[in-house]
Design a protein around this ligand. Structure first.
Ligand SMILES: [Zn+2]
Ligand SMILES: [Zn+2]
Length: 488
């Protein structure tokens, strides 16, 4: 019965999603949010070896419930940017209400408003804290939290899906852009709904408390913080375990891949403003050229990974933006460098951030220029640590359900995920985020043979093989949850 109700509430929740979009042209360029935090999961681990079905024909892939497929298509066609996930959150909340959960919405509202005022100077149209928490008590037993993220990206949808997004919107900082679920959070939401339905339908097979959360603003690395700051662990039952899944753009549909220990990186954003002394391009001796100084900084920064990082560790320092000047014959008085800095452990992170400051200041001094300004964004995304015991338990159960040939351990990646925040509090709750393969198996095989790269997460061409991916997501998460409820 509840499914009929759920579908009609979906229609209500999403009916207005496409409104306000002025018949967009298909944009050819990407725009990006200029907001500070980043938690983009741009790179998923490769699935080396022979994980998964050998061919599409042999795959015998599972199918998702038709209603879930319909929900997925609606979500994909109606993506919402970080901090603007009102309609997705309403859908998630109504699904849980229909299933008998005790539901609270608007989690993180005060935090988001304060953050917007601090970083942007205004709470722009539609921006808010859209976290959803649903609690289902089902007797004595462990408390398990399952999280899905809801936000989409400022990317033009080029999947070719008949239900491709034509939505345009503005980011929370005010940048107008096309919007697309290019990181698969629509798959996550759908799998989360499917898991909630499955666990309610199989209520007599488990005892404990199920906490389902729908998190906003993963892509800017702020949504988990907003929910924690709003009392996620104090206003609601404190979990014994936290689980999440993420689609993988490099593993075949029907498979699950995972990493134990550090799985994803600390993600820091650093802005360096190089101060020079401007002047005429033909009279360089009267200036301090910030382009030259900045260039030396860029080169010197490369030594942090090659000379200061233990070769057994991993780190990245990337200068993603270098801007200065306006004209051929003017030496500007300033240059800006925008960096992303990645690491796993906290000591390496500190070494990199200290080193960036030291190098930038020393290079400026070497050229007789004023001291540069160095700003490290405080709201960084910490590295994601998957608890090994939890991973073993969950993966054993998942392998028993989807077949052990379809489950594989893979190396960590340098992408970021703010699910990490839920394990970084004083409560020290063990967590696990695993990957659900989303690549159509034939395409996966073809890419191996031709060395043609598959579209990564965040690519406008990332078109998941949604039916088996959702089915596997639901099966895997449900199996893991049932196993963990036995632990009580
Ligand atoms: Zn992402
Ligand atoms: Zn993501």
């Amino acid at each position: 019965m509840f499914r009929t109700v759920a579908i009609s509430s979906l229609a209500l929740a999403l009916a207005a999603c496409g409104n306000g979009n002025d018949a967009p042209d298909t944009p050819q360029t990407l725009t990006s949010d200029t907001g500070a935090g980043t938690s983009e999961t741009t790179e998923t681990p490769a699935a080396p070896g022979e994980v998964g079905p050998a061919s599409a024909e042999a795959a015998n892939l599972p199918h998702a419930d038709a209603e879930l497929i319909e929900i997925y298509k609606q979500l994909h066609a109606n993506p919402e940017l970080s901090f603007k996930e009102a309609k997705s959150a309403a859908l998630m909340a109504s699904e849980l209400e229909n299933l008998g959960f005790d539901v609270t919405t608007g989690i993180g509202q005060d935090w988001v408003v304060a953050k917007a005022m601090k970083d942007v100077g205004a709470v722009k149209d539609g921006v808010g804290g859209h976290g959803v928490v649903g609690v289902l008590r089902n007797g004595d037993g462990p408390t398990l939290m399952i999280r899905a993220d809801m936000d989409a990206l400022p990317v033009p949808d080029q999947t070719g899906f008949p239900f491709a997004s034509e939505v345009r919107s503005t980011t929370w900082t005010g940048v107008e852009s096309p919007v697309m679920h290019a990181c698969g959070h629509d798959i996550h939401m759908t799998s989360w709904i499917g898991t909630a339905r499955a666990l309610v339908a199989r209520k007599d097979e488990w005892n404990g408390t199920l906490v389902m959360i729908a998190q906003p603003a993963e892509e800017i690395g702020l949504g988990a913080q907003a929910m924690l700051a709003d009392g996620l662990y104090s206003r609601f039952p404190q979990p014994d375990y936290n689980l999440a899944l993420h689609v993988s753009a490099s593993a075949p549909a029907g498979t699950v891949v995972y990493t134990k220990g550090y799985a994803m990186a600390n993600v820091d954003s650093v802005d360096i403003t190089v101060k020079g002394v401007g002047g005429h391009g033909a009279y360089p001796h009267t200036t301090r050229d910030p382009v030259l100084i900045g260039s030396h900084i860029v080169v010197a920064l490369q030594s942090l990974v090659s000379r200061n990082t233990n070769p057994q560790d991993s780190a990245v320092v990337t200068v993603g933006s270098f801007k200065a000047g306006a004209k051929h014959n003017i030496i500007s008085d300033e240059a800006t460098l925008l960096l992303t800095v990645r690491s796993y452990d906290d000591a390496t992170r500190k070494m990199l951030l200290d080193g960036i400051e030291r190098i930038a200041k020393a290079q400026a001094e070497a050229f007789g220029a004023p001291e540069p300004e160095i700003k490290v964004e405080q709201d960084y995304t910490p590295s994601l640590f998957n608890n090994a015991d939890l991973a073993d338990k969950a993966m054993t159960a998942i392998a028993n359900t989807i077949g052990k040939d379809n489950v594989k351990e893979v190396p960590p990646v340098m992408g970021g995920e703010d699910f990490s925040q839920f394990g970084r509090t004083d409560e020290n709750i063990p967590g696990l985020l695993f990957w659900v393969g989303a690549v159509e198996p034939a395409r996966y095989e073809a890419s191996k043979d031709s060395s043609l790269p598959l579209p990564s997460l965040h690519s406008p061409f990332f078109a998941p093989d949604y039916d088996p991916t959702i089915a596997t997501g639901v099966e895997a998460m449900t199996a893991a949850a049932l196993e963990l409820f036995k632990e009580g």
